[in-house]
Design a protein around this ligand. Structure first.
Ligand code: MOS
Length: 728
């Protein structure tokens, strides 16, 4: 596309999404959709027991089946070098039901699947650990981190006039991006080409290089589009390595796509949490003690922790604090990052607890939060790079009409509907990683941006085009972006809401340097009207270079490049992290308000309205940004009312491993959502003042809804999701 003349470019309007046309016309290709010659299809066979070993696999019948190329088992699979915590047929141990224990490679997917059914697998079973509640007494500290303490908790507690102490719980959840995980792997000698659905092309490249003991530069990963990730595509899972292994054994390219039910277990879960919270305050609402102890399941594969208690260390001020985590190892697939890992589950418990404390103190829930507003990072006394949570509370409360709410639970009725209002604080960390980008000014005046990042479907293409366009003051539709390819300058992974904050400054910097090079060309060119000026005194706008002090002195970029050999002018730049970054904390904030209507007869809950205001620094793009936050809120509704993986305690298998029974909200479940951003730039954090927004939307939302349900019904539900049986 980059060499296509301007007039032949498809029309793009960048008040819309950069990739909208490609997506709605089906031109956008996802990992599994790339045409690869001679490709074979791999199907993963999963363990049907939760614990034990694979004793034998009789593959005689499967091998003879139609179209079968190869069958990989723990008994014949090639030995790999260094691996992460994945199960790729290196031994016979079964850690959980659903673990990959064989791979069938065949001419077509139906043939692979049907041959898989012919494998005769025998196991040596062992007793499985699956009963979280029953095994709580075996809970132990995680191998890394998990505790934090400030002040003297006992002394603070002794001074308190009001105390609440409760236990809150959240279920296991599974990410289900619309695009399931998928890999196509093709070997060319000791070089490996891969299309992978991922949140981090570089980590896939590194993971495969380590597994197969080849240099990282021998692995080429492409992923121009990712159909949603939410954390599950942030890890190099078994299927990616198995696809490459199968391609090696079958000596042909292999495509491996997970079925929807294979998304429940082998590619990570959000662990359940059981959170014990004690809050103690003086009568004016000042917090004396916050104690938060969270226990979650962990797997026998890795010691992953859902760090649900951690955000309590920085959200509110209190005289004393005590935070801890424990894990209960179970025979389940490993936990992993799932949208706002820690913050989403934390905010359920802590923000309901704050509602309970406010009621006991008889003060407004916003007042309670303001009384304990953290002016500085309570962990270390460092200033925030920018914090405007007060304004967020005020703006959202105003838009919601909070002052008009009825503070007495169960008093507001409309016919047989009980109406309630609730609120909570939202928060998420702000991080960024060093990123490199190339920007090329083309002879036709268009800009080309190349960067080894990825677009999860959230709008990375769009904001990168904007960042380059900003440096040249041109319409973003004149920018072509290429990403999702490890041959491009290296960028970080797309996790922890870091992408926008990492990649936009890199592209802006590369564009600015390319602009300077162009200016140097102009001032050195005797035929240019700008000859003899100082390059730094020039600026660009609408396809022209001009002298800042005398804008009439100008020339078009296309003419300048044409006179100078017609070759593109390009610059590569790396955006470094702020040098003084250790002297402050960057964090994002928000205030979420919810209105629910609960049917007095059926107990069905309808979320009528969610109103939220976020302090996320600069809002880079109204459409993609507000969409992201809205999507996060919808997921918060899911967390509050619908979503849970139901795991049976005998076989350890997720019972509802499909979209029919793993409930998520549909349009009818989602009322009006009103999202605003304060749009106050955080320039200490990065040059664009923008913090990431991928995850904050889910935080606080579920608690605001739970608090609204209490306000409507007088029933305090502390165990999510709040299904109607819990309101009877
Ligand atoms: Mo996010 S859970 O780091 O993709």
């Amino acid at each position: 596309m980059i060499d296509t003349p301007l007039e032949q470019q498809p029309e793009r309007q960048l008040d819309h999404r950069y990739d909208a046309l490609a997506k709605v016309t089906g031109r956008a290709k996802y990992a599994a959709e790339f045409p690869v010659k001679n490709v074979a299809y791999a199907y993963i066979v999963q363990a049907t027991i939760p614990a034990g070993t694979v004793a034998a696999i009789d593959d005689a019948a499967a091998t003879r089946a139609s179209g079968v190329h190869s069958i990989l088992t723990p008994f014949n699979a090639p030995k790999l070098a260094e691996l992460g915590n994945v199960n790729v047929l290196q031994d016979t141990t079964v850690y959980y039901s659903g673990q990959p224990i064989a791979v069938v490679v065949a001419r077509s997917l139906p043939e692979a699947r049907s041959a898989a059914a012919l494998l005769h697998i025998t196991y040596k079973e062992q007793p499985a650990k699956l009963d979280f509640e029953g095994l709580l007494k075996e809970a132990r500290p995680p191998k890394r981190g998990g505790t934090s303490r400030r002040g003297d908790p006992d002394a603070s507690l002794a001074k308190a006039t009001v105390t609440i102490e409760q236990t809150y719980s959240t279920p296991v959840q599974n990410h289900n991006p619309m695009e399931p995980h998928a890999t196509i792997a093709a070997w060319d000698g000791d070089k490996l080409n891969v299309y992978d659905a991922t949140q981090g092309i570089t980590s896939v490249q590194q993971g495969l290089a380590r597994a197969f003991s080849i240099p990282q530069t021998n692995v080429h990963v492409e992923c121009p589009y990712t159909g949603g990730g939410f954390g599950c595509k942030g890890y190099v899972w078994s299927h990616t390595i198995l696809a490459a292994m199968a391609a090696k054994v079958a000596q042909r390219p292999v495509k491996l796509v997970l079925d929807r039910d294979q998304m429940f277990g082998p590619v990570g879960s959000r662990p359940n949490t059981r959170q014990h919270i004690k809050l103690a305050a003086s009568s004016d609402g000042k917090l004396l003690l916050q104690q938060h102890d969270s226990t979650c399941y962990t797997s026998f594969i890795s010691d992953w922790v859902e760090s649900a208690a951690n955000p309590t260390t920085l959200l509110y001020d209190s005289e004393s604090l005590s935070v801890s985590h424990l894990v209960v190892p179970l025979n389940l697939g490993m936990g992993t990052w799932m949208r706002a890992p820690g913050e989403a589950t934390n905010s359920v418990a802590l923000e309901i607890a704050f509602d309970e404390l406010a009621e006991k103190l008889n003060i407004d829930p916003i007042q309670l939060r303001l009384a304990n507003y953290a002016e500085k990072d309570p962990r270390n006394g460092k200033p925030w790079s920018s914090k405007h949570l007060r304004e967020a509370y005020a703006q959202a409360a105003e838009r919601f009409g909070w002052s008009k709410r009825n503070t007495q639970p169960g008093q507001l009725r409309e016919g047989n509907k009980l109406i309630g209002h609730g609120m909570a604080t939202a928060n998420y960390g702000a991080g960024r990683s060093p990123s490199s980008a190339v920007v090329r000014i083309l002879p036709n005046g268009r800009l080309f941006v190349g960067i080894g990042t990825q677009d999860l479907g959230t709008g990375t293409y769009t904001i990168l085009a904007q960042a380059a366009a900003l440096a040249f003051s041109i319409d973003p539709s004149l920018v072509d972006v290429k990403l999702g390819d490890t041959n491009l300058p290296r960028s970080g992974g797309s996790g922890g809401s870091t992408t926008a904050a990492s990649v936009c400054p890199a592209v802006y910097e590369a564009a600015s340097q390319a602009k300077l090079k162009l200016a140097q060309l102009a001032v050195a060119d005797t035929q240019s009207p700008l000859h003899g000026a100082t390059a730094e005194d020039l600026e660009a706008k609408d396809g022209k270079l001009f002298l800042k002090s005398a804008p009439d002195k100008s020339e078009t970029i296309t003419a300048l490049i044409a006179r100078n050999g017609g070759t593109p002018v390009e610059a590569t730049a790396t955006s470094e992290l702020a040098k003084d970054r250790d002297s402050f904390t960057s964090h994002s904030w928000g205030a979420v308000f919810a209105e629910v209507a609960v049917d007095a007869d059926t107990h069905m809950v309808h979320v009528r309205r969610v109103v939220a205001t976020y302090d996320i620094g600069t809002l880079l793009n109204d459409k993609t940004g507000i969409n992201q936050l809205t999507g996060g809120i919808v997921w918060g509704i899911s967390m509050a009312l619908h979503e849970q993986a139901l795991i049976d305690k005998k076989y350890g298998r997720t019972v509802n491993e499909n979209f029919a029974e793993y409930h998520v909200p549909v349009n009818a479940d989602v009322g009006e959502i009103d999202v605003t951003c304060l749009n106050i730039p955080d320039y200490r954090f990065n040059p664009l003042g923008a913090r990431g927004i991928g995850e904050i939307g889910i935080t606080g939302t579920a608690a605001a809804i739970a608090n609204a349900i209490y306000n409507a019904t007088g029933k305090r539900v502390r165990d999510l999701p709040i299904t109607l049986d819990k309101l009877m």
